[in-house]
Design a protein around this ligand. Structure first.
Ligand SMILES: *[C@@H]1O[C@H](CO)[C@@H](O)[C@H](O)[C@H]1NC(C)=O
Ligand SMILES: *[C@@H]1O[C@H](CO)[C@@H](O)[C@H](O)[C@H]1NC(C)=O
Length: 325
């Protein structure tokens, strides 16, 4: 009987295998969207000019299909190559796809969020509109944008470290205008490592998925076990505040329920998003660092291109998301 209970506990703690990926599966900070016109999958990610990788299924085969901003962004951030673009976030609104993106100097608050638009998602179809105009503030870093529509109003969630995750209302899809950001999630401990947020509405709640922990610089011996990236979730009924985790802990006070952490070859999962796959339903997609690469020495460079794409279906059990095979 006791053995059976331990077996059940072990089952509950284990994660299902990562979803299949074939073809071009290299990615960091992925954004995945299915094109409205034909259901084709478009994956964007951190990298020179924002790489575009396409497929007929989330499983692949994925094929490189050019760049969103091959000549870089029109934004100038001192010390930053304007074609080295991070963490794209893509959605459809009306007949236009919007892509929010980041130019940033690693480890500093020297950052800007910009926006580009396209009617088709294809390489060569993107028009850059430059800075969205989030005010400079030492309380946050202007990285990792994620657009969300809450009751007909448009918002950007963004941020990391310093004050962690903030939200600001958009005056237009291209500009923040005079709106002031407010904090929606914060880890009070150590280095306040929360970033890469993604908000997803399901049922009566807005779910805020967050990447927490050390994001990169993975070598054979670092970081200490459990300190690496993992994906947590908080929820709120209004979407603009009042986020709590599954135990009721306030997410402005270090709350967050872990959804996915390292397992098997999946080391340091993060940079996530949620896609409503037309066949599979809600899918949590993310990047991870292959454990074999880490064990072979890894790379102390936090910006390395060794990350891979994967995904799992999400089911909502008792109002909380759980990854499934
Ligand atoms: C990039 O720059 C080249 C050379 O100036 C130009 O021919 C090309 O049209 C530009 N591409 C885009 C997408 O703006
Ligand atoms: C907050 O940081 C601590 C480490 O200081 C970590 O153990 C915990 O998981 C973090 N909380 C969340 C929600 O990620």
């Amino acid at each position: 009987m006791l053995a059976f209970i331990f077996f059940l506990i072990a089952l509950a703690a284990a994660y299902p295998n990562r979803g299949a990926c074939t073809g071009d599966c290299w990615t960091k900070d992925p954004a995945v969207i299915q094109r409205n016109s034909d259901g084709k999958f478009f994956r964007f990610g951190t990298g020179t000019g924002i790489p575009i990788i396409t497929s007929d299924s989330i499983k692949g085969p994925w094929t490189a299909a050019g760049k969103a901003l091959p000549n870089g962004s029109k934004i100038t951030v001192s010390g930053v190559d304007s074609s080295n673009i991070w963490a794209p976030d893509v959605h459809l609104s009306g007949d236009t796809y919007y892509m929010y993106y980041v130019l940033s100097q690693l480890g500093t608050q020297n950052s800007q969020i910009g926006v580009a638009t396209s009617k088709t998602l294809d390489s060569g179809s993107w028009t850059d509109h430059g800075i969205v105009g989030i005010p400079q503030n030492s309380a946050y870093n202007r990285i990792d944008p994620n657009w969300i529509n809450i009751d007909g109003k448009e918002y950007l969630n963004f941020g990391s470290f310093w004050g962690d995750i903030y939200q600001v209302e958009l005056e237009t899809p291209l500009k923040v205008g005079s709106n002031t950001p407010h904090q929606i999630a914060y880890n009070e401990t150590l280095n306040h490592r929360e970033e890469g947020s993604f908000m997803y509405q399901h049922g009566a709640y807005h779910y805020l998925f967050i990447s927490s922990g050390i994001a990169g610089g993975y070598t054979k011996t670092t970081p200490p076990p459990g300190a690496e990236y993992h994906i947590s979730v908080c929820r709120s009924s209004g979407g603009s505040g009042g986020f709590v985790d599954q135990s009721g802990q306030d997410c402005l006070k270090s709350g967050g329920t872990v959804v996915l952490a390292s397992h098997g070859q999946v080391f340091g999962p993060g940079g996530q998003g949620v896609l409503n796959d037309k066949d599979l339903g809600p899918v949590l997609y993310y990047h991870y660092y292959p454990l074999a690469k880490k064990n072979a020495g890894g790379s102390a460079d936090g910006q390395n291109q060794n990350y891979m794409f994967s995904w799992n279906q999400l089911t909502f059990t008792n109002g909380w998301p759980v990854v499934s095979a």
